[in-house]
Design a protein around this ligand. Structure first.
Ligand code: FRU
Length: 474
């Protein structure tokens, strides 16, 4: 009854609500579908990974979080830390929208280390009756983990021709200068409520991370929808990899069938001419539940990535107090120029038991396993009345995941199958972490990220040939 009175769009976390959160977390801890090694919310709804950094001897993962209910309520930044990307310790809420200028939520952003402190950039969401007034803010975390907000945002207001939807700062350093990428929406023709009709990427420059000057829009040789969210950038072997999450891209055969898409582009960010020269680009993920990836450098300067294990507001059959999570941390590589991502070695090392298999049917006796296959690329996982399926068609080269035979239906409005083309499929890695599934083709050339809610997820049955490879358990 009391819950009905809560306005989830204004419900800010304060110290007095600590016990309430502990109660909500206790309920969630008995959920049947919790993962073991994926980061998930102890209560409420988790979305984008934010502020990813290896700082002061630890990995810091911040994330979009509405802690009080599994809905997109007032967004806070949650925070968790780890020394090994495997064992996490929950930290105090990093950012609660307590200030007037962020009254509608602390939205996404990233982190950068400067003079021994970690600068957390984020969008201070600020709504008025006449629309949003965009504000980009910064909070600074010292080595003791104390976080202080600045009294004012560092960038305020929109620009001529752009809508008030301007968000998700991604700050990076290049040639001794700081730059910020910001997602936005421009008016060229039609107007969506609140948005323009073309997604744009803005560039700012700064010398001290506090004073920013607008440089202009970056020319992009790829679809940008009506709004660009969550830009991110990293360098691998001298190439720039740009990540974008555009809203409103129409489906194109097997691509872009989710509510919102995320795209990577490999090439060069030409800051002087404000354009991205892409060697090529593609959608990030072939599956159903992936969005808003963010890249960062790990302890050994290795390029890592987390994505949101979710997308938009999907219709899930189970949401007992918590929703969504993050993907595994993934190590990125360019292999002969090809962009690949694969679970970080720290995750791989969690699987200490290894058993060779060559059988038509495998019983894993566990809800958390990794099956590495070199043959048998047509299989079902689950029971006869409740399974998902992977198929590879050697003629059309289409790899397909079907969720249409699951007993608990998931987001059927957006289709129950996803496919991707892959020419020479040699290896399939299936990571099942209870309801979180990550499926890697050819060591991360293509990836399917998706949720399933099954009671039996440990029976794997081949539909053609023997399942050949290795079963890894924890
Ligand atoms: C992407 C997004 C971001 C925004 C955040 C709010 O999922 O919409 O653009 O900052 O989520 O939670």
């Amino acid at each position: 009854m009391q819950n009905l009175l809560i306005d989830h769009k204004t419900n800010v976390y304060t110290e007095e609500k600590r016990n309430l959160l502990a109660k909500l977390a206790a309920k969630v801890s008995s959920s049947h579908y919790l993962p073991n090694y994926h980061i998930y919310p102890q209560s409420g709804l988790m979305n984008d990974p934010n502020g990813l950094a290896y700082f002061n001897g630890k990995y810091h993962v911040f994330f979009q979080w509405y802690p009080f209910a599994p809905i997109h309520g007032l967004k806070h930044w949650g925070h968790t830390t780890s020394e090994n990307l495997v064992d996490w310790s929950k930290q105090e809420i990093a950012l609660s929208p307590t200030e007037e200028y962020e009254k509608n939520g602390c939205y996404s952003g990233n982190a950068i280390e400067f003079q021994g402190e970690l600068y957390l950039f984020y969008t201070a969401n600020y709504k008025t009756e006449a629309g949003k007034i965009p504000k980009q803010a910064v909070a600074i975390m010292d080595k003791e983990g104390r976080i202080r907000k600045r009294t004012e945002p560092v960038i305020e207001g929109t620009l001529p021709g752009l809508s008030g939807e301007l968000r998700d700062p991604f700050v990076f350093e290049r040639d001794g200068c700081f730059y910020m990428l910001l997602g936005g929406s421009k008016f060229t023709d039609k107007e969506k409520p609140g948005f323009g009709d073309q997604g744009v990427l803005l560039l700012y420059q700064s010398n001290d991370l506090l004073n920013w000057s607008y440089q202009g829009l970056i020319d992009l040789p790829l679809p940008t929808g009506y709004m660009l969210e969550c830009p991110s950038l990293i360098q691998i072997d001298g190439k720039d990899i740009l990540f974008l999450s555009p809203m409103g891209i129409a489906p194109e055969d097997e691509r872009f069938n989710n509510r919102f898409a995320s795209i990577y582009a490999v090439g060069e960010l030409d800051i002087l001419n404000r354009c991205f020269h892409a060697d090529y680009w593609d959608q990030m993920d072939a599956g159903f539940d992936f969005y808003a990836p963010q890249a960062f450098l790990g302890e050994h300067q290795q390029p890592l990535l987390y994505g949101w294990f979710g997308c938009g507001e999907p219709d899930y059959p189970v949401q007992v107090g918590w929703l969504h999570g993050l993907t595994f941390p993934q190590q990125m590589q360019l292999v002969q120029g090809k962009f690949k991502r694969y679970p970080a070695s720290e995750i791989i090392e969690v699987f200490t038991q290894k058993q060779a298999v060559k059988r038509p049917k495998i019983k894993t006796e566990s809800r958390n396993y990794w099956l590495e296959l070199t043959e048998g690329f047509n299989f079902t996982i689950g029971s006869a009345a409740d399974y998902w399926e992977f198929q590879y068609d050697t003629e059309t080269k289409l790899a397909t995941v079907s969720r249409d035979n699951l007993a608990k239906k998931i987001d059927v409005g957006y289709g129950e199958k996803r496919s991707t083309r892959i020419l020479n499929l040699q290896k399939v890695d299936i990571f099942v972490d209870n309801s979180f599934v990550e499926l890697y083709l050819n060591q991360g050339e293509q990836v399917f990220t998706f949720r399933v809610f099954q009671d039996d997820s440990d029976t794997i049955v081949s539909q053609q040939g023997a399942l050949t490879g290795c079963l890894h358990k924890i």
